[in-house]
Structure formats: C-alpha cells, structure tokens
Design a protein around this ligand. Structure first.
Ligand code: DGP
Length: 139
C-alpha cells in the first residue's frame, strides 16, 4: 500500500491538527497518544514518510529508536513506572490503525491493566498536563 500523506500523523507533522508535544528534533517528533492505554502513553514518530518499519530507511529508524529510548526514560521517571512497554505495530493484521510508523511508549505498573487499544479519547487538559510532566523529565 502506498504511503497516504493525509494520515493523521502526517497532518500532525505538518501542524494541520494539534497534538500535545513532548519533544521534537530534525528527524523525530514525540507527542501524547489521544487514546492512551495508560496515563503517560506517548508516541514517537519519524518525520520521514513511511507506513511501517519495513519501509523506513535505516537512518530514520535509528533516529526514531534513539528518541524512543530518550522518551521512555522520561516517561518512566515522570510516571514513576517500574515497567515501560514499547510497542510498534505493522499492518492492520497486527493492529496498526494509523499508517505512519510510530513507537508506543507506555508506562506499566504491577496489577494495573492496560486500557483498550485506540478506543477511548482522553481529556485534553489531562493530556497537556501529562505532556508537561514528560517534558520536565527529559534529559
Ligand atoms: P496503532 O494502532 O499502533 O496504529 O496506534 C495508533 C495510535 O494513535 C492509537 O494508540 C491511537 C492514536 N491516535 C489516533 N488518532 C490520533 C490523533 O489524532 N492524535 C494522537 N495524538 N493520537 C492518535
């Protein structure tokens, strides 16, 4: 399938729709997931247009995983999380619903189940507060 440049994350990258940003550099952007599976659920994307990990050039993939590690450290600290889940889905058969490659960074706590994937919208004020917490914890 060809990359659809009107997918929601491409539109976020172009600033056409808002997001609660955590960090941005030349190659990557991180922002809060609007349907978080846990408080602090953050997404990391490359700026390069690629649908999934199979299509992303190695340099862009390297930049994205480095940002993912940086964000994961910040999310862990900001949400006092003993565990961090990092997930990356490729193709609708794998559960991918937005076709611009992204890494999910999700804080995990013992005994706290994940909420459903891509289902319930979070309150925007809360997402803004969570983004600020993660930003404050970035190195
Ligand atoms: P996946 O199913 O792996 O493609 O995950 C897509 C994620 O994107 C899912 O957790 C929900 C989230 N999401 C969907 N639409 C938006 C949006 O408009 N803004 C943000 N920030 N996240 C979105």
């Amino acid at each position: 399938m060809a990359y659809d440049s009107n997918n929601i994350f491409a539109r976020i990258l172009r600033g056409e729709i808002p997001s609660h940003k955590v960090c941005e550099d030349q190659h990557t952007l991180a922002f809060m997931d609007v349907m978080p599976q846990a408080d602090g659920h953050t997404l990391v994307i490359p700026k390069a247009p690629a649908e999934n990990i199979l299509d992303l050039p190695p340099d862009a993939l390297a930049a994205t995983i480095v940002t993912t590690q940086r964000v994961a450290r910040a999310v862990k600290q900001a949400f006092d999380a003993p565990g961090i889940l990092i997930a990356q889905l490729n193709g609708s058969a794998a559960g991918q619903s937005v076709f611009h490659i992204h890494f999910h960074v999700v804080p995990r706590h013992e005994g706290l189940d994940l909420r459903f994937h891509a289902r319930d919208m979070a309150d925007h004020k809360l997402l803004a507060e969570h983004a600020a917490r993660v930003r404050a914890a970035l190195d």
